[in-house]
Write a protein that binds this ligand. Sequence first.
Ligand SMILES: CC(C)(COP(=O)(O)OP(=O)(O)OC[C@H]1O[C@@H](n2cnc3c(N)ncnc32)[C@H](O)[C@@H]1OP(=O)(O)O)[C@@H](O)C(=O)NCCC(=O)NCCS
Length: 223
Amino acid sequence: MREILLGGAVLLLDGAPRTGSAGLIASAASRVLGLAPSDLVVTHSCSRCGSDDHGRPRVRVDNAASDTCAVSYAASSGYAIAAARAGDALGVDIESIAAVSAHQVDDVLLHPAERKALLGLTGAERDRHRARLWVAKEAVAKLTGAGLRMDVRDIRVRVDDDCADAAWPAGFGQHQGARVYYFAASAEVIGALAVPGGAEAGRLMPADASAAGAASGRTATPG
Ligand SMILES: CC(C)(COP(=O)(O)OP(=O)(O)OC[C@H]1O[C@@H](n2cnc3c(N)ncnc32)[C@H](O)[C@@H]1OP(=O)(O)O)[C@@H](O)C(=O)NCCC(=O)NCCS
């Protein structure tokens, strides 16, 4: 188990996950709250159907009604990651660089401007950039609580070394911009943490913000 401190959050990276998400989420939250994991109850909250057995994870102290801190979780390629931070929202994702490129789904993941920028890159640099765009978008989708009910092409990401800015259309969650922090689980598996704010939404979301959705004829449903 590795602890990563990033963007004001505590991340716990498990390289041999055997159980579900609740234990790792409680452990990450316990480090933010100064409580024992056993004092915490992990549930979920689906912004679509209201169910508490799937959707965005939540943590509260046993017998208390309100959430304690924001948490997020992802598992992929033999790793699980849980993130916790004071505040109302965050999102985390982790993916294999090779797996993202193998899927060949640029048309459904990327904004036309992001696809154009990828064309200027080659080989490993292109694969790495594509994976960075993807983990950032999925982390943002979790931050909003909408998940992949958002059209992720409408999440605009501008990568800047080990960080990125992201912005998305109004109607998804309480925020419209995020700062994204990248981390490496291994040379081949990268992750992203998205926390609210940081994005210069006006610059990232120009008047063509809905171009991707309009081009596909698809309209995203706000979460
Ligand atoms: C969230 C989502 C992007 C995760 O993608 P994934 O690549 O399959 O899985 P990951 O390992 O990256 O993440 C899984 C974790 O995301 C979290 N998660 C699930 N839905 C979430 C949401 N709406 N917002 C934030 N986090 C969410 C959960 O913690 C989940 O793990 P857990 O259920 O074991 O606790 C995708 O599953 C999704 O969009 N789900 C929502 C679909 C939906 O709204 N359905 C309507 C049901 S009524």
